[in-house]
Design a protein around this ligand. Structure first.
Ligand code: FAD
Length: 477
């Protein structure tokens, strides 16, 4: 009889192109999957219902994939530091395999699980899977982690990338006695998101599960990738992949994604197409840059990276914050973006930058409040990418440019010149002239008539205030 290996899924909800799972299958035919619904995560106040719907849907699909491969996915709903070792012991597993993660919580949890398994005489094997290059692979010339993206990209992109690995097949399942032992040890049926208290009735921009993510990748590569560079900044255009949730939960393998870009490069017909494909590869590298940063500098999760911004005198006006959250700041591009996120759990990248910049530099509100609100809403929320984006927008992170201030009107004029995005998400402004929408200068009588608020702050005034405070901070250092 083969040795039983338990494969613990976390941010790799797939059986295809999964390095740790392929390694487990290589070692033994008897590979059984497990996912632990962790109350330490589910009971936090920053869990977006849309994210849970995507995660549970992807777990449902993963269950089916395991069955097709001859095995099964077990579900636990308990603290993994205790539940994973208990299940492994109950099943008499030879080993538990899982893929590493970069986040501080995961690292500490995994350390405890590893120790407990080892004291029970159960082997542990880990792999890097969610990145093309692990944080231990990419260093500066002086052997330090990178804190600046451009040289990171140069080094990262020059390294050869591995091919996708084989998907799980011909696996062996548990015996009836082992099934019984699994249930005795706390295995439960997969609940719905509603069972867990998360209600979300809107459509997700990408359906859960491996097949949907693969389809989305193919559709993007066939129809949009060649024009990514021209289209990626226009929120009214479907010009980006919308693969962020699939990448966050590992519903698609990063090697599979990379291979698709290489195939697209081989088939490209012009310099423009090639430049677009390279542009998209650079976004995949931003994802890795921020994950490496989180791995090496876990303090990023707590607040500003730059000391200068650590005790910045933010105003934190609660009414302004609520207006920002609800999309009623009186700045049409900001409100459209916030309403898009509130409604569909996803926001275009250009708009994430605009609203984050507006919250911190126009409303003078601590970026951590915005970062948390994004966690509560985004179905693709990822600690490293979200934190990286917020630190960049708040000028508190690793970005070498000291202060970057966006003017919402200039942003709207450039990236939503016809006001299509604004009209889509702020329906009361549909009949208002484009000129007013993109400059934000809607005549008071007109905005009153359609029930749209006047701007809650004056951009020029607030920009000056922000700069003054920044200057004062600088003088203290
Ligand atoms: P595409 O343009 O198709 O890019 C492909 C993939 O590359 C994305 O799916 C994502 O995995 C990665 N990527 C692209 N841009 C970035 C970036 N700037 N940083 C890191 N990875 C990137 N991304 C998240 O995945 N989760 C978040 O919680 C998140 N929060 C953000 C918060 C702020 C304030 C900002 C400015 C950006 C944030 N991003 C986040 C990055 C980016 O906005 C999204 O990854 C992107 O909009 C997702 O859409 P897409 O899949 O169509 O992207």
């Amino acid at each position: 009889m083969s040795d039983l290996i338990l494969f613990w899924h976390r941010r790799d909800l797939r059986i295809s192109d999964n390095i740790g799972l392929a390694a487990a299958r290589k070692r033994s035919q008897k590979v059984v999957g497990v996912f632990c619904l962790d109350p330490n995560i589910l009971e936090r106040d920053d869990v977006a219902p849309a994210r849970m719907v995507y995660m549970i849907g992807s777990l449902q699909s993963l269950k089916e994939r395991y069955q097709q491969a001859g095995s099964q996915l077990l579900i636990l709903h308990d603290n993994p530091t205790q539940a994973i070792p208990a299940l492994a012991a109950a099943l008499n597993a030879k080993a538990v395999f899982w893929n590493w993660d970069v986040e501080p919580y995961s690292k500490e949890r995994d350390r405890i699980v590893t120790e407990t398994l080892k004291t029970k005489g159960i082997e542990v094997q880990n792999n890097w899977d969610q990145l093309l290059h692990s944080p231990e692979d990419i260093f500066t010339g002086s052997n330090k982690p990178y804190t600046v993206y451009t040289p990171f990209w140069r080094n990262w992109s020059s390294k050869p990338k591995t091919e996708p690995v084989e998907e799980l097949k011909d696996a062996e399942n548990l015996t009836p006695a082992e099934q019984e032992a699994a249930h005795q040890s706390g295995v439960v049926e997969l609940p719905t998101a509603k069972d867990l208290g998360f209600v979300w009735d809107n459509e997700l921009v990408t359906q859960p599960g491996e097949a949907a993510a693969q389809e989305k990748l193919e559709e993007f590569c066939d129809s949009h990738l060649g024009e990514y560079k021209e289209q990626r900044n226009f929120p009214a255009v479907h010009g980006t992949s919308q693969l962020s949730a699939a990448l966050k939960f590992g519903v698609i393998g990063i090697r599979t994604v990379w291979k698709a870009t290489e195939t697209a490069l081989e088939n490209s017909r012009s310099d423009e197409e090639q430049s677009s494909i390279r542009g998209w590869q650079q976004e995949l590298a931003w994802r890795e840059f921020y994950q490496h940063a989180m791995y090496w500098f876990p303090e990023l999760a707590e607040g500003a990276f730059r000391e200068l911004l650590q005790n910045f005198p933010y105003e934190n006006n609660e009414e302004d914050f609520q207006a920002w959250c609800e999309g009623r700041t009186g700045y049409p591009i900001v409100d459209a973006a916030m309403r898009q996120m509130n409604e569909i759990g996803w926001m275009h990248n250009r708009c994430r930058m605009i609203v984050a910049n507006f919250l911190t530099k126009d409303l003078l509100i601590d970026p951590r409040k915005g970062e948390k609100y994004f966690m509560q809403k985004l179905y693709d929320w990822d600690l490293s990418a979200n934190n990286g984006g917020w630190q960049w927008s708040a000028s508190s992170g690793m970005d070498p440019k000291p202060v970057r201030i966006f003017n919402p009107a200039t942003q709207a004029q450039k990236f939503d010149p016809d006001g299509d995005y604004i009209r889509e998400w702020v329906p009361e402004l549909r009949s208002v002239d484009t000129e007013y929408l993109v400059t934000g200068k809607i005549p008071a009588l007109e905005s009153e008539a359609v029930g749209y608020p006047a701007p809650i702050v004056d951009h020029n005034k607030r920009q000056r205030q922000y700069k003054e405070r920044y200057q004062q901070q600088k003088e203290q250092f």
